[in-house]
Every structure is written in structure tokens, then in C-alpha cells.
Design a protein around this ligand. Structure first.
Ligand code: ATP
Ligand code: MG
Length: 203
């Protein structure tokens, strides 16, 4: 299975989600993570942990040799893909995930993605939006629920499961581990968020 992660706005959890989905795919077979981002965040995360993660991270140039040795591939793409890059990526992935924060800028970018794919004759069937950095509602308004409705309105499928906001992710990144393996007790709950999102993705 090939899962690609994209987003226009930085800092929405693209790398964090790539690492955790790669770990979940690794339960099903040999998995590689391809780090297409110039910042090399995923590569550095993996390197900091030594052998803590159940998959290896490679630069794009390694795909030709490594793809045949792996059952599953996760691609952490660079931000702001050109239209044709987006279409190529879409055609060559089984699922394309957009990690997003519930705010208007994200929704505007998603509308642009939907429009580009439709303009090139693609349906939006492989696209999923995963809301990350989700905070508890304050009772007055549920921003994530509103954002999910807006995404569905665009014809894109939002995942029901969202990823909670917790500092545990920073600890995971700093130590090169998965969020379930850090001291912060919220790490286990955050890992379960990814497990449930993954189950939804692959059901
Ligand atoms: N669910 C979360 N809760 C709290 N912090 C998070 C969560 N997900 C990611 N973060 C933090 O937010 C920051 C951005 O996350 P990440 O690097 O995964 O995003 P990105 O989309 O890959 O960013 P970039 O555009 O730089 O590639 C990081 O400091 C990360 O630890
Ligand atoms: Mg990143």
C-alpha cells in the first residue's frame, strides 16, 4: 500500500502523521518511509531514535532500489506541490492524506486541492482529511465538527477520528520515538488516536 501525506500549510502534522502511519503499516509488512521534504524532519526523527522505530526512512532517490524490498510505502511530501506533481502523486498513491488543523486557512487550501484534482479529471475518492492538534471543545463551538462538515461539503472525506493535541508529540520527535513510547501519559492516548484513524483509513 502507498500512502502519501500532503499539505499546503506547514506545521499541520504531516511528518508526525507519516511516522505514526508508517509504524502502523509496519505491523502488516515491511514498510519504508520516503522523506521528500527538504527539511529532512522525518529522516532526522528516525535517526535520533536509533532502532526505536519499526521502519526505515529513505531519501526519494532510494525508491528505485528499496521499493521492491518493501510491502508498504509512506511518503512525507514537501509542502506546496505544483498542480502536476499533485496529480502524479495522487495517481501513484492508494491513499492521499491531508493532515489539517480546523481553521479557515486550511479549508481554503483544501478547496484548492479539490479544484485542482477535479480540473484534471480526478475524483476525490482517495483523498482523506485527518484533523490533528485537536483540542477539547469549550462547549460553545466545536471547531473540528464544523471543519469536518465544511470538508464534506467540498466532496472530500474527513476521517471521523481526530488526533488530540498533546506535548507528548514533541517528546516523541525529540527522542526519535513513537508517541506511545514517551513518558508523558497522554502519549498512549495519542497513539490510540492514530490506531483508530489508521483502522478507519484501511477499513
Ligand atoms: N497532535 C499534536 N499535538 C501537539 N503537537 C503536535 C501534534 N502533531 C504535531 N505536533 C507538533 O507540531 C509541530 C509540527 O508538526 P509536524 O512537524 O509533524 O508538521 P509538518 O506538517 O510536517 O510541518 P512542516 O511543514 O514543517 O513539514 C511539531 O512541533 C510537532 O511536534
Ligand atoms: Mg514535516
Amino acid at each position: 500500500m502507498i500512502i502519501s501525506l500532503i499539505s499546503w500549510k506547514g506545521g499541520c502534522g504531516k511528518t508526525t502523521s507519516s511516522i505514526h502511519f508508517a509504524a502502523l503499516l509496519a505491523r502488516r509488512g515491511q514498510t519504508m518511509l520516503v522523506d521528500e521534504d527538504r527539511s529532512r524532519n522525518a529522516t532526522n526523527w528516525t535517526a535520533r531514535g536509533g532502532d526505536a522505530l519499526p521502519f526505515k526512512t529513505f531519501p526519494p532517490r532510494a525508491l528505485g532500489t528499496e521499493a521492491r524490498r518493501h510491502d508498504h510505502i509512506v511518503i512525507d511530501t514537501r509542502g506546496g506541490l505544483e498542480d502536476q506533481d499533485l496529480v502524479d502523486l495522487y495517481d501513484n498513491s492508494d491513499l492521499v492524506i491531508v493532515p489539517a488543523i480546523a481553521e479557515s486557512m486550511t479549508l481554503e487550501a483544501l478547496a484548492g486541492t479539490a479544484q485542482t484534482l477535479r480540473k484534471h479529471g480526478r475524483d476525490l475518492g482517495k483523498l482523506r482529511v485527518l484533523f490533528t492538534l485537536a483540542r477539547k471543545t469549550n462547549g460553545k463551538s466545536d471547531k473540528v465538527a464544523e471543519a469536518k462538515a465544511a470538508v464534506a461539503e467540498l466532496g472530500i472525506t474527513p476521517l471521523t477520528r481526530t488526533i488530540r493535541a498533546t506535548e507528548a508529540f514533541r517528546d516523541a520527535c525529540d527522542s526519535g520515538r513513537l508517541v506511545r513510547d514517551v513518558k508523558n501519559p497522554n502519549g498512549k492516548l495519542a497513539w490510540m488516536d492514530y490506531e483508530r484513524a489508521f483502522a478507519e483509513l484501511t477499513s
